[in-house]
Write a protein that binds this ligand. Structure first.
Ligand SMILES: NC(=O)c1ccc[n+]([C@@H]2O[C@H](COP(=O)([O-])OP(=O)(O)OC[C@H]3O[C@@H](n4cnc5c(N)ncnc54)[C@H](O)[C@@H]3O)[C@@H](O)[C@H]2O)c1
Length: 329
């Protein structure tokens, strides 16, 4: 969406201090919207807000999304809210296994309450951060949106909690459009390599830049679908900022967001070694319990309906991530 196009809107971004949320805030500000960010720093970092914290159209609230009355409070302070981008979540699979009740409270129950509050306030679009984890472990690839259902065997409370929230969001009808974006493996600058559930790319890039061997869990032939963070932000904007004057463009639903390509972990490791000009120093550790074998998105629906396509190829995205890691290291 080009700068200056369309009416300027007030958008809420939950999880604003996180990896993806901070990129989304930055983009919305660059499109000249007003952004109200919410985060409790459970896994996000204040430094992620630094590039835009002083922007005159950015407002930040250190609050939990589990607090009832969050959106009415923001509406009272900031005026009419056009869109809610709900990215705040417990994102760690191991943490979700240890704390299932808290995971459902934050990832599912808080989402249901925010949806109700948004509807009551006349918010037009509610875009939810769904996840490929909603599919559990499936053999058939690529994964299409109908492959997650009530019979899915989820590998973690994280995946299941996201599934039920997605179902509530995507079944919204009426004035509020609810869209869940089921993102696959997102990577890029600001992804924390030190968190207990950091993405494999941020860990590998961190190891390679520090000239340490890259450790692969398992045989390295497991595959993932990697999508660059600015492509994901494109998808959020397309879903959340649609021209609501035109009824024909309104939609609720669930869409995969991925590259549509499978990359094996060992190929990824080799590519990162090459791009960081390191010798191929790769070690293999035991397979991690709960890890899925393969993952690849069918992106036909989002391409057809939202006209979204990934624009940043893996090599290009890795080069940008490496450059950022070197600059911030
Ligand atoms: N990174 C990925 O590969 C990926 C893939 C699929 C889906 N997602 C989803 O995208 C969203 C963003 O993920 P991310 O990778 O940026 O993770 P992140 O941990 O960087 O961001 C999540 C943010 O939510 C905040 N948060 C957690 N609980 C909160 C609460 N109760 N109240 C307010 N804020 C709270 C955290 O502090 C953090 O800033 C998440 O919902 C995640 O499940 C991420």
């Amino acid at each position: 969406m080009a700068k200056g196009q369309g009416p300027l809107r007030t958008c809420v971004v939950t999880g604003a201090a996180g990896f993806v949320g901070s990129h989304l805030c930055e983009r919305l500000l660059s499109l000249e919207h007003t952004v109200v960010g919410v985060d409790n720093f459970f896994s996000g970092h204040p430094e992620n807000l630094n590039p835009f914290a002083a922007h005159p159209r950015f407002f930040f609230h250190e609050r939990s999304v589990t607090e009832p009355g969050l959106l009415p409070g923001l509406r009272a302070q900031h005026g009419a809210l056009f869109a809610v981008f709900h990215l705040a979540a417990i994102v760690s699979v191991p943490y979700s296994l240890e704390h299932p009740a808290e995971t459902f409270q934050v990832n599912t129950q808080a989402t249901l309450r925010l949806l109700e509050e948004a509807e009551a306030l006349g918010v037009r679009t509610f875009v939810f951060a769904g996840s490929a984890a909603e599919y559990g472990d499936r053999d058939r690839m690529p994964l299409s949106e109908t492959d997650a259902n009530e019979d899915t065997r989820w590998l973690s409370p994280y995946g299941e909690s996201k599934y039920w929230a997605t179902m509530a969001v995507a079944s919204r009808r009426g004035n509020l459009c609810g869209v869940s974006l089921r993102c696959f493996n997102i990577y890029g600058p600001r992804q924390d390599p030190f968190s207990p559930y950091s993405g494999v790319i941020s860990r590998f890039v961190d190891m390679a830049v520090a000239q340490r061997p890259l450790t692969i869990f398992g045989d390295g032939l497991q595959t993932r679908d990697f999508v660059y963070v600015t492509d994901v932000v494109d998808a959020y904007c397309l879903a959340g900022l649609r021209d609501e004057e035109n009824e024909a463009t309104r939609l609720s639903g669930v869409f995969n967001v991925g590259s549509g390509r499978a990359t094996s972990i060992v190929d990824l490791a080799r590519l990162i070694c090459r791009l960081t000009q390191q010798p191929e120093s790769i070690t293999f550790g035991p397979e991690r319990p709960g890890d899925i074998r393969h993952s690849r998105a069918d992106i036909e629906a989002i391409t057809r309906v939202l006209h979204w396509m990934p624009r940043i190829g893996l090599e290009d995205g890795l080069a940008r991530t490496i450059q950022w890691m070197r600059g911030s290291g």
